[in-house]
Design a protein around this ligand. Structure first.
Ligand code: ASP
Length: 439
């Protein structure tokens, strides 16, 4: 088994956490390629090293004294080195960073040093080879990730390296400078490496025991999803459920490499397995519930709308011209509704209304705000009758008024629109009817 293992910031925040990660790696000889994040928070209220670096570089950029801030970062690393009893010194690296900061090497360069330095420590601690991500991960001239060049270089380089540490989050831009992915981007590095080495498994070690059925801020102690497909994950992530960086899915999907999300603090938990497809039956009819508040709906009415070919296109053209993306478009015979993000819509409200009047001459336009959308997702729904019935009975039972229903043709999800104030009650009710009642 060839495994790529990525450890998040909280898994490497201190020497103690490093040791846990080390024990996990040493427990399985298949764990050959390791992707570390920068040290994260050690306790609530602590600051991530990445944020300290951004802050330090802001001072350097505006010609303020940044040496003390840099010293504080060095202290964080030194504590880890001492706690692990390593001989390693990062003095040379910090001298170079100080020089590059004064020469204004860029925000991305600054942020990337968190992973870079943690990678050096990790490699020393494990006795693995250190490979600088700037030598193997590339971005195009346009600034997007260069998948082909990276894959060719990385797979060739790693073909002769039995065990290596490759820091997450950054690579090399076309102009030779260091460039980072967006925040949380070490997940992406992990999946890129997993693809390049044709790993059997990509393990993503974090501080939760996997992907939860729903948001723990709404439902107390929700269950962990044991197996989820990429498609289901995409639906849930789109609706706000996050454990992994969204862009980390794509490289692996192409290869069908499974991802296992695990908890560094509870390695005995098997976590969540994310797979391309599976015949393993989900435990319940639904796999997960996620949602977001803050939507608005624009309800357009016009007599005989159904006979007017091109009506929908003209309506959506108005939204496109205003630079607004739409979420859902439920329609009736003489009504057509468009759901949009409220904050984006508010700025353009009058422009949209005027545009709609001009484009389709409606009888009336009615606006509604403070709406929430809830996605109930599950591959098991296709095979089960009565899922929608159960959801709506549960919502009626807790007196939640359903404003909109949308079931995709894939039968993978049912989207429900409710008022913002009913959001939490609705999610709890849906969770109860499937998970608590074991359906
Ligand atoms: N250290 C970076 C961040 O805090 C990247 C990562 O942890 O994945 O966003």
């Amino acid at each position: 088994m060839k495994k790529v293992v990525k450890f998040g910031g909280s898994s490497l925040a201190s020497a103690e956490q490093f040791q846990k990660a080390g024990n996990i790696i040493f427990a399985d000889s298949g764990r050959r390629y390791v992707i570390p994040s920068a040290p994260g928070k050690r306790y609530d209220g602590d600051t991530k090293v990445t944020d300290m670096l951004y802050d330090c570089y802001r001072a350097a950029e505006s010609d303020k004294n940044f040496e003390d801030k840099l010293k504080a970062i060095q202290v964080r690393y030194q504590e880890i080195i001492d706690g692990l009893g390593l001989e390693l010194s990062l003095n040379e690296q910090f001298k170079e960073i100080q020089k590059n900061f004064s020469e204004k090497a860029g925000t991305d360069y600054a942020a990337s040093r968190g992973e870079y330095l943690n990678g050096i420590i990790m490699a020393d601690y494990l006795g693995y080879e250190f490979i600088d991500a700037a030598e193997v991960i590339f971005f195009t001239e346009g600034g997007s990730f260069d998948a082909d060049k990276t894959d060719a270089c990385l797979s060739q380089r790693l073909s002769t390296v039995e065990r290596a540490v490759i820091p997450g989050f950054y690579g090399l831009a076309a102009d030779g400078s260091v460039k980072t992915f967006s925040r949380g981007g070490s997940d992406i590095t992990g999946s890129i490496v997993a693809k390049a080495v044709h790993a059997d498994l990509y393990e993503n070690w974090t501080d939760v025991s996997g992907f939860l059925v729903t948001d723990p801020r709404i439902v107390e102690n929700p269950e962990v999803i044991s197996t989820i497909t990429y498609k289901e994950l995409r639906e849930l992530s789109y609706m706000g459920a996050t454990v992994l960086h969204e862009d980390s899915i794509f490289p692996l999907r192409q290869e069908g490499i499974p991802i296992n999300v695990r908890n560094t603090n509870k390695p005995e938990d098997s976590g969540t397995l994310i797979v391309e497809s599976t015949c393993s039956k989900p435990k319940y009819t639904i796999t997960g519930i996620a949602g977001k508040k803050g939507f608005a709906s624009i309800n357009i009415e016009k007599d005989m709308m159904n006979t007017e070919i091109g009506f929908g296109r003209k309506v959506l053209q108005v939204f496109e011209d205003c630079g607004l993306s739409f979420e859902h478009t439920p329609s009736g015979i003489d009504t057509f509704t468009v759901y949009v993000h409220q904050d984006e819509f508010q700025e353009k409200e009058q422009q949209v209304i005027a545009g709609l009047h001009r484009a389709v001459h409606p009888d009336s336009i009615d606006l509604e705000s403070d709406l929430a959308l809830i996605a109930v997702v599950g591959r098991g729904m296709r095979r089960t009758r009565g899922t929608a019935g159960r959801i709506f009975a549960a919502l009626a039972h807790v007196h939640v008024n359903v404003k909109m229903i949308d079931q995709g043709s894939s039968e993978l999800n049912i989207i429900i629109g409710v008022e913002n104030r009913d959001f939490e009650t609705a999610i709890q009710a849906i969770y109860n009817i499937f998970v608590e009642a074991q359906l």
